[in-house]
Design a binder for this molecule. Structure first.
Ligand SMILES: [Zn+2]
Length: 339
């Protein structure tokens, strides 16, 4: 996903200065939520460092050979390390680390800076990370590593401690809204809020609607009204077939649950439902049942579910255990209210 450069300008400005003054740390950790432009910034930085334009401020020019080859992954000095295609587990393997170390023994092809971009860096296995440690600490000349991650805590401490952490922040809602409007997107405010300030996520949402999430929400609510057998069936149907087929529907379901929780909290403190204004009865019911501690329990469960999905745990297992927490927490709230 190529995320446009909205927000985090100061971060990019600092990185540009560091490249131009030759003071860029050899191992950078780009951290922040998905859709903030971390990977796009890594590619941009490699272009800034390798661009041929005579005016430093005009780099990247987007015209020279390096600027054209880098985004295509065809520049010999800008190496992208993603998930190992020979593994089903979604990892960056020790075999990839060893191959990379071998590649780095050869001098850079061009005179410029060599960049190695790990994305997602948190997919590195412990063995893969251990194999890289010495190289991260003492890289070959003019070589920089960029570790891109939305889950920095999943990286070994030994890697984190050798890196300079660069944090990417969500874009302000008014700024993202204004940008979406310049792109001709209707309902820009709602999109900006749903995407929680992440431009990449905003672009992935369908403009003017959020069909996938609404369908997912209604199916989720139906399942929650049923008994355990209905909920098992829901998880089974949701996660049928190939991971690539169901992962979007599962993400929509988790987003829908997140929206319900946010609205329940908002209504509880006298605000209005933002995401689920069309089902006020359900939102008030959730608001009545869920005190802030109960919401926190569900938000934790939601975040665990996302982590487990990112670690390629079976979708059905993840959805089953998440539903169990939701049902338990909602019915505990109901009993509490009755007392
Ligand atoms: Zn250029």
């Amino acid at each position: 996903m190529t995320v446009p450069f909205i927000g985090n300008e100061a971060t990019r400005g600092r990185l540009r200065t560091l490249v131009q003054s030759g003071r860029l740390h050899p191992c950078l950790l780009f951290e922040g939520a998905v859709g903030l432009g971390k990977a796009s910034t890594a590619v941009w930085l490699a272009k800034v460092a390798n661009c041929d334009h005579s005016d430093l401020e005009q780099r990247p020019c987007e015209q020279c050979w390096s600027c054209r080859q880098i985004p295509k992954g065809c520049h010999p000095d800008v190496l992208m390390v993603g998930l190992d295609p020979s593994k089903t587990a979604g990892i960056i393997s020790v075999a990839q680390s060893r191959a990379l170390i071998g590649q780095l023994m050869v001098k850079p092809f061009h005179a410029g800076s060599r960049f190695v971009i790990f994305d997602p860096a948190d997919a590195m296995t412990t063995e893969a990370a251990n194999a890289m440690l010495k190289t991260f600490e003492d890289p070959p000349e003019a070589t920089h590593f960029i570790l891109v991650t939305a889950a920095p805590a999943s990286l070994p401490l030994t890697v984190r401690s050798r890196s300079q952490r660069i944090r990417f922040s969500p874009v302000g809602i008014p700024e993202l809204r204004a940008w979406l409007e310049t792109q001709g997107k209707p309902d820009a405010l709602r999109m900006a809020q749903l995407a929680e300030g992440c431009p990449g996520r905003a672009l992935n949402l369908q403009p003017g609607e959020n069909g996938g999430m609404m369908v997912a929400r209604d199916a989720l609510l139906d399942a929650l009204h049923g008994d355990v057998a209905v909920q098992f069936k829901f998880a089974e149907t949701l996660c049928r077939g190939d991971r690539s087929k169901w992962s979007v529907a599962v993400d929509d379901t988790l987003d829908a649950l997140g929206g319900l929780l946010r609205d329940a909290l908002a209504v509880r403190v006298g605000g209005v439902a933002f995401y689920n204004g069309d089902i006020p009865d359900v939102v008030s019911d959730w608001a009545r049942r869920l005190d802030p501690t109960a919401v926190a329990t569900m938000v934790d469960a939601l975040s665990t579910a996302r982590d487990r999905l990112a670690s390629f745990v079976s979708g059905r297992l993840v959805v089953d255990s998440l539903l169990a927490v939701v049902v338990r927490t909602l019915s505990a709230g109901d009993k509490h209210e009755a007392i």
